[in-house]
Design a protein around this ligand. Sequence first.
Ligand SMILES: Cc1cc2nc3c(=O)[nH]c(=O)nc-3n(C[C@H](O)[C@H](O)[C@H](O)COP(=O)(O)OP(=O)(O)OC[C@H]3O[C@@H](n4cnc5c(N)ncnc54)[C@H](O)[C@@H]3O)c2cc1C
Ligand SMILES: O=C(O)[C@@H]1CCCC=N1
Length: 389
Amino acid sequence: MAAQNVSSCFDALVIGAGIQGSFTAYHLAKNNMRTLLLEQFLLPHSRGSSHGQTRIIRKTYDKNFYTQMMIECYQLWKQLETEANVTLYRQTGLIVMAVEGNLDFQARVRTLVQNQVPMESLTSEDFSKRFPAVNLPLGSSAIIDKTAGVLYADRALKTVQDLFQRFGGMIRDGEKVVDIQPGSLVSVTTTAGMYRAKNLVITAGPWANKLLNPMRLQLPLKTLRIAVPYWKEKVPGTYGISKSFPCFLVLNQARHHIYGLPSNEYPGLMKICYHHGTEAEPDERDVTSQTHFHDIKVLADFVSEYLPGLDPTPAIVESCMYTLTPDEDFILDRHPVHSNIIIGAGFSGHGFKLAPVVGKVLCELSMGKRTSYSLSPFKISRFQLKSVL
Ligand SMILES: Cc1cc2nc3c(=O)[nH]c(=O)nc-3n(C[C@H](O)[C@H](O)[C@H](O)COP(=O)(O)OP(=O)(O)OC[C@H]3O[C@@H](n4cnc5c(N)ncnc54)[C@H](O)[C@@H]3O)c2cc1C
Ligand SMILES: O=C(O)[C@@H]1CCCC=N1
């Protein structure tokens, strides 16, 4: 269908069909808003932050507001599974490990206790009995967040997009937004045509600042290319989901956290990542192959120390993007000048599990409703901006 024939004015237009934009569009369509979701690439694609087969879901957070949001996220993920009759979540539990006395660890335990999340503290004897294939260094603490698990990410993204369309929403992929003209009706020009909408939501992942620049807004975002390595089990199944091996998170063992998921998506291979990367433009993510070198070395040392049942050389390395804010909290707010332009950005490598609630509050902002959560941790005004009109 040519863009010119598409209904000329929408209630809402969402730019970016990653998990945040897709969930926003889903909630808007469920609220009977005539909604268009625009995506620069043909779907599905692997250039942004939402691709890949799995993500961790957990209530373990150091900040109470995320744990509170996660309580509703679990319900909304469940609802999505029911609406689409698919399985998106598998409970595995999450081991959290840190050096004794680590303040981040203590904050996470407090938040779990405060919110009555089922959890268990493990002594080192308990630990080695339960997880004989993991070396917990002397002087470490460990807990299990029992409700944590794996989200099937690619399947989840497609499910949200399918349901959005089932609720009457329209997706146009392979259309890059090249111009935005603010106003009471926002005009959006793509490589294929022009659309108008009463409200615009920008959820463009690592491309957010490129879209905001012409509107004189630059958020303090860093875009990082992230290595996604898979490590081979010496004995297949040692760390397997079918043997109930959990996800894990090691706090600041290196400079940044290290996390892993049980072997599942590629049989015999376990995904273990470093919660950091190298600064890169999203369109240049793959131009040099050398920059994963440091992160892989950190992970290889970790694997040798903690997970002796894995070969410490990755079998596969994929890539993904993070968009970091300085405090690693999200940006969920209105454009400071154009109040019918809503921004969801800076998901800082931990936004997938929270997307059902992120989408809900971006929808609420767009519809002028009172938001279900306080958005003060997510405001643009917490930063000193260089260039806002
Ligand atoms: C390796 C890795 C592991 C992670 N692990 C976890 C985890 O375990 N748990 C967790 O909760 N989170 C995790 N995350 C984070 C989570 O995946 C991200 O926070 C989330 O996917 C961000 O989604 P997004 O929609 O903001 O961005 P994206 O997925 O990048 O979506 C933005 C979309 O906007 C489109 N776009 C941009 N510009 C334009 C334009 N001009 N016109 C049209 N379309 C445009 C892009 O093409 C893209 O599709 C991980 C991330 C990575 C990279
Ligand atoms: O959000 C998650 O669970 C993962 C693991 C911890 C660091 C970031 N992403």
